[in-house]
Write a protein that binds this ligand. Structure first.
Ligand code: RIB
Ligand code: CA
Length: 309
């Protein structure tokens, strides 16, 4: 039976890879895509979700939810990496007639319909999830597990030297979610930074003959041409690795510990390992990945055929 999944996303380019991986997997059943501010404002993330669904045309497009934006001033976004629209400024057709539902209703329906089996892929700042924790804590406790893309524990951040982007953009939300006692797995930069796509992978996607491969190749080529994280001609796929840790857990090593989040100041968003203390607040933290097999699985899943690394 396919695992029911809700994807909470700021729909940048690595989010798109993760969403396509989830929607093309016969082992996952994507019940909803919920937008949140981050890479781009949540309204643009809704538009990007619509553009992606319009381009890959899944048999049954999942419902779209509109979530929250972060309201602090001076926040970073990821338009330098992903383009002004967060989607590579490429010629994907505009979304058609999207009427996103309020994220609270989308979460409630997805959790209720899944009967305790819903897995949440949180691929963005944790603003929506923290709001639900505050407003309806019992609702999230009825979900099976939350996989979170983000954090930088023993490695340098990508938003600041101390902090990873999703945590930096809403550190208070991250602190509340990590301290909630919910069943959580965190995929930090320490692991997702070990995997990058290059032109050989993108050429394989482009030539796959599958819409997902062709669309993702167009998005990814924008990143390959930016001389930013991690390097010219390389593209991290943080969010796809997070989805991969749900699909292929045997490719990862993990440990259990608490993660404390620095709430403000120059190190705001830093995720600090906390050993000992309240065991109920420990989360599963990914610590290593078999990068070769992950990349092979990712490309095979997206192109429905083996990729020779
Ligand atoms: O730091 C990487 C994370 O921040 C990814 O989720 C990316 O999409 C951005 O949201
Ligand atoms: Ca993201």
């Amino acid at each position: 039976m396919a695992v029911p999944v809700l994807i909470d996303t700021d729909m940048g380019i690595d989010d798109a890879v993760a969403a396509c991986l989830a929607m093309t997997s016969d082992r996952l059943d994507v019940r909803a895509l919920v937008a949140v501010g981050g890479n781009v404002p949540s309204s643009q993330a809704v538009e990007n979700i619509g553009r992606l669904l319009g381009a890959i045309r899944p048999p049954v497009p999942p419902p779209i939810g509109q979530g929250l934006d972060q309201t602090a001033t001076g926040l970073m976004d990821r338009t330098a990496l992903f383009g002004r629209d967060g989607f590579g400024e490429c010629d994907l057709a505009p979304a058609r007639k999207i009427r996103p539902a309020n994220f609270r209703e989308v979460y409630k329906k997805a959790i209720d319909d899944a009967g305790g089996e819903l897995v949440i892929l949180a691929l963005a700042p944790l603003t929506n999830i923290a709001a639900l924790l505050d407003e309806s804590p019992d609702l999230l406790r009825a979900a099976r597990h939350i996989y979170i893309s983000g954090g930088a524990v023993w490695t340098q951040g990508n938003a600041t030297p101390a902090a990873e982007f999703n945590m930096r953009r809403d550190p208070a939300a991250a602190a509340r979610v990590f301290a909630s006692g919910l069943p959580i797995t965190v995929a930090p930069l320490d692991v997702s930074g070990l995997v990058a796509l290059d032109e050989s992978h993108v050429a394989h996607l482009a030539a796959s003959g599958y819409r997902t491969g062709e669309v993702l190749a167009r998005l990814l080529r924008f990143v390959l041409e930016q001389d930013t994280e991690p390097a010219y001609g390389k593209c991290h796929v943080h969010d796809a690795l997070t989805a991969g840790s749900l699909l292929w857990p045997d490719l990862f090593l993990k440990t259990r510990m608490r993660l404390d989040v620095v709430a403000d100041g120059p190190q705001s968003g830093r995720t600090k390992p906390a050993l000992g203390g309240d065991a109920s607040r420990r989360i599963d933290l990914l610590t290593a990945v078999n990068a070769v097999d992950f990349l092979g699985n990712l490309l095979e899943s997206l192109c429905h055929e083996a990729f020779v690394v």
